[in-house]
Unconditional design. Structure first.
Lengths: 212, 391
């Protein structure tokens, strides 16, 4: 019986977090950037025996995590990644946060530097629902993956799956695996970038820095 | 007039708690190069040490604190300075942990300091007492736990200067402490903080009753200087918002200003009260020594100017806490420590707590602080196998 440390036990974690958790080898070192209330971290610590650390921007999230015994610091993906030594973690996880950073390019470079692997997920602005919304209404899309109005959203650097793949190519980052989340939480591996870019609500990638 | 300060050292030995003579066989080599010993260390404990001696939390007190953490203070009659934090069912739970707190070296509550009698002269040390550093304080605490047969502390914690000691513990004795919780603290004293301390020291030394530090032999006390030092320092412990919330521009027992220099405003009256009660329980020379110890504190300097080197390959778990309105030890000081710990790959948690209570917030009832501390200690206790051993 897992310990009821963060009060998440017996509650399944969000589907996208579960998919990320399934990617992570038991017993590894994980840094979860933008760990929120610590749901993923808690799951990894309890079910996968990882040495888990977290960074979270919101004071409320941090206090909840630390109050539940998780090792989490109040911090920011834009400013607090540079201190970690290279290869410090087996995985650096950035779930649904890249689009809210000031400098996503630098953040991505830092992720593959400090993590031997990086796991990145983000809402896909190329999804057909977004395109239809914009085409039909001419206003900024509000969807399940992008629930806030334009003036209230923390997402300042939205991108499509094609944009992301292109940035990885520019930064010489190797995409080990790519997946998309469809409506209703179904997960599909990416075979065709263009199809994934049209159908996926969220993209999820396992990345590595190319060794030269 | 002062109660404790009038007591001869022998009577201070009768304060509640314990007093041990350390450094009898091997003296304590101080940072200043002198050897101290034998010397007295006064300490107090709460809760019970388990059979394996693995449940000890060392509480390190701040500049004007002492070992009476969680009981009625023997001099002032007030509640212990961390009574909100230490006790049954509280974050530092005495049902679970053994709480230990020692009066720091150069303090004035029974530990060796400038008001003790110098065996060489038969008179109080005064300024002949050696200058102490935070690392010296921690060395003496290490001698104390050795004396108590405790190989490894479960935790070292404290606010302000107490946090400096906790950090020093992690740096000096990483194998002898499982986790540390420095609260509202810093890895070095800032120029501004040294400046504030210098104001306090100058106020004491400008008092003619200070007598060049020899006031005890001459039957005098620099109460005015010490009170001013306390008043100035007290302002730095609060925030502008807290002062305004408490006092605003309210007048003290009068309808109008008096066009004089009486304490017209409530805030003046409050500060005067703070100053006058402080001199009853604190020694002016101790104030000089302990402020100096804080000024000298710079953990990075001991490690080639790189703070991360102070924590290289550390297994110690850290939880740092800062308060939004603390301008004496602002959040950026804690964050600098967090960055160094990240570079050292240490296991670190860091929370900033929203409050308008300023630096003093660590002494006051902050439910968020309680929650964080309880959770962190629970997690560490589990990791250290403390829960299994208890069960």
């Amino acid at each position: 019986m897992p310990l009821d440390r963060a009060g998440f036990t017996d509650q399944p974690i969000r589907v996208d977090l579960q998919v990320i958790a399934d990617m992570i080898q038991p017993g590894s070192r994980v840094l979860d950037i933008g760990c929120g209330d610590g749901a993923l971290l808690d799951y990894l610590v309890n079910f996968k025996q990882v040495d888990g650390r977290g960074i979270e921007l919101s004071q409320k999230g941090v206090n909840a995590c630390v109050g539940h015994g998780l090792s989490v610091i109040q911090g920011d993906a834009d400013t607090d990644l540079k201190d970690y030594p290279s290869g410090a973690f087996d995985y650096a996880v950035l779930s649904q946060t890249l689009q809210a950073t000031r400098d996503p390019r630098m953040v991505l470079e830092q992720l593959v530097r400090i993590g031997r692997r990086a796991v990145v997920s983000f809402p896909n602005f190329g999804c057909w629902k977004v395109r239809v919304h914009l085409m039909r209404w001419g206003t900024m899309p509000v969807t399940m993956a992008l629930p806030e109005k334009w003036y209230a959203t923390p997402n300042i650097h939205l991108c499509t799956i094609l944009d992301f793949v292109e940035l990885c190519r520019e930064l010489d980052i190797f995409i080990e695996r790519g997946m998309v989340f469809m409506a209703g939480g179904r997960v599909r591996p990416i075979h065709s970038k263009r199809v994934a870019n049209f159908t996926g609500e969220q993209g999820l990638f396992l990345l590595q820095r190319r060794t030269k | 007039m002062s109660a404790v300060l009038k007591m001869p050292p022998s009577a201070r030995a009768n304060l509640p708690g314990h007093r041990v003579l350390l450094g009898t066989e091997r003296k304590l080599r101080l940072d200043c190069g002198l050897d101290l010993g034998p010397f007295a260390l006064a300490y107090q404990t709460y809760g019970r040490l388990n059979a394996a001696k693995t449940n000890c939390i060392l509480v390190c007190h701040a500049l004007t604190g002492d070992q009476f953490v969680a009981e009625e203070h023997p001099v002032t009659g007030k509640a212990g300075w961390w009574a909100t934090m230490v006790g049954p069912g509280r974050p530092l739970d005495t049902n679970k942990y053994f709480i230990l707190c020692a009066n720091v070296l150069s303090g004035c509550m029974g530990t060796a300091g400038p008001m003790e009698i110098d065996p060489a002269t038969g008179r109080p040390y005064g300024l002949n007492f050696p200058v102490i550093t935070v690392a010296d304080m921690v060395r003496s605490q290490k001698m104390l736990i050795d004396h108590l047969g405790i190989r490894k502390l479960f935790c070292a914690t404290g606010g302000s200067m107490g946090g400096m000691q906790a950090l020093q513990w992690a740096s000096s004795y990483p194998d002898n402490v499982s986790c540390v919780v420095p609260i509202a603290s810093a890895a070095r004293h800032s120029a501004q903080n040294i400046a504030f301390h210098e104001v306090g020291r100058q106020a004491i030394m400008a008092d003619p009753d200070w007598c060049g530090g020899d006031y005890l032999s001459q039957g005098k006390r620099p109460h005015r200087g010490l009170a001013v030092a306390r008043m100035a320092a007290h302002i730095t412990y609060l925030s502008e918002a807290a002062l305004h919330r408490k006092f605003g521009r309210a007048l003290q027992d009068r309808a109008n200003v008096t066009y004089g220099f009486d304490a017209d405003f409530q805030v003046e009256s409050y500060l005067r009260y703070q100053g006058s009660t402080f001199v009853d329980r604190f020694d002016a020379n101790s104030y000089l020594y302990i402020t100096r110890a804080m000024d000298y504190f710079d953990l990075a300097a001991e490690h080639g100017g790189v703070l991360a080197n102070a924590f290289k390959d550390t297994k110690v778990r850290f939880c740092l806490v800062s308060f939004t309105s603390d301008w004496l030890f602002p959040t950026k000081e804690s964050r600098a420590i967090v960055h160094a710990l990240n570079a050292a790959m240490a296991n670190v948690s860091f929370v900033e707590i929203e409050t308008d209570k300023g630096h003093d917030a660590f002494l006051l009832d902050e439910p968020e602080l309680d929650k964080v501390l309880t959770g962190f200690l629970d997690g560490c206790a589990e990791h250290a196998g403390l829960n299994d051993r208890k069960a």
